[in-house]
Design a binder for this molecule. Sequence first.
Ligand SMILES: [Zn+2]
Length: 411
Amino acid sequence: MEGLFRHTAPEYHPAGNRTERHPAGGTIPENPPATGTCTDVCPLQYLQNRCPEITYTDSLLAGYLMNYSVITGPVFGQHDCEGHVECRDRLLGIIDQLPQQVTRHEPVPAAPGDIERVHHPGYLKWLRAQCDRNVEYDFVRDSIFVGGQFTPSSLFSGYIDENTYINPHSYEVATYAAGSAIAAVERTLDGESCFALVRPPGHHAAAAWAMGFCLINNIAIAAARALRMVNRIAIIDWDVHHGNGTQDIFYTSDRVLYCSTHQEDAFPHTGHIEETGTGAGTGFTINAPLPRRSTIADISLVFEDVFLPAIARMDPDLILISAGQDVLSDDPVGDMRLQPADLGFLTGLVLDRTRMPLALVLEGGYGPSHGAAVRNILDALGGARPARADRTPAKKTAGLVAGLRNMHDLS
Ligand SMILES: [Zn+2]
């Protein structure tokens, strides 16, 4: 333990030149001085001093000091629609609150072959053509590509369905979102947690159609590529909406375990508990639809009693998170009751139970506290553990959890 204490932030030992990152964002010196007392150099103390409102735990001493980083950049501002909730300002609100010391990586585009591993070539061709059209078009008149068929469209200007817009930059921006998700996963495979702060989001996009602000499915593209290198992947989706696209893409696979909490009876009206996968994929989809106004107590009960045991049973090589913060109580789209610190708690829960680095990909989240929630997630990646909220799960949630445990043989 003493040796671990000597690995410290650069404020204490600036002579260090090793590039390994401290979870607080500094660097760990290659040859820490032998003199340094515990109180001077303890990384927990450093973190605690930096952010006294958070309780730091012994997790840092448990042997998995986590490096973490983000991937984001201005390119994601080019896909924008004034007045739409899924606009560039929501990402700027996150970036404004990023910890100063967090390592940032530049976005990278996905290769066409990586996108085509998930999406129908005809859909991609159509989507690109729509985006390439003259910005002056009044309507996407020609057609919309829904359910694998072109159908007449008379939607609002620049929209390809009732709520999904495009502009001339959108296709290219989407390739950067997918590529950055891939890059986040690659960093995770190297032992570094990474949050791809990208847009447009992806988890509603299916193989052959756009949906719910999503053009192509970033996390599915990243997972499909990673399956060339690893055997099994777990995807956790805590967005307030069910990730119907991700579920659909991996519904027949026994190599991807998809676990989703979402608000029941909300868009896209999928994600019922009976949807568990098909064929070889039977049992590899776990849906936990929760009532409106659910809290962190409800979601964490699902995580602790269903998702995390199922993930432990599957023993994945990689854990990806569709991180949609529209579960926050101030979100204009969802109707759940989570606070920013709750997202940090949830992240810590997954880290502490799996002891694996995480690749997170931004999905929804549109309210004023979204940036604070992402900040809490990043702090959790660095070792912070917000206290468990003093709430109890609803009786209905306990019943749901019991049913899911029975259905998925977790008892
Ligand atoms: Zn959402």
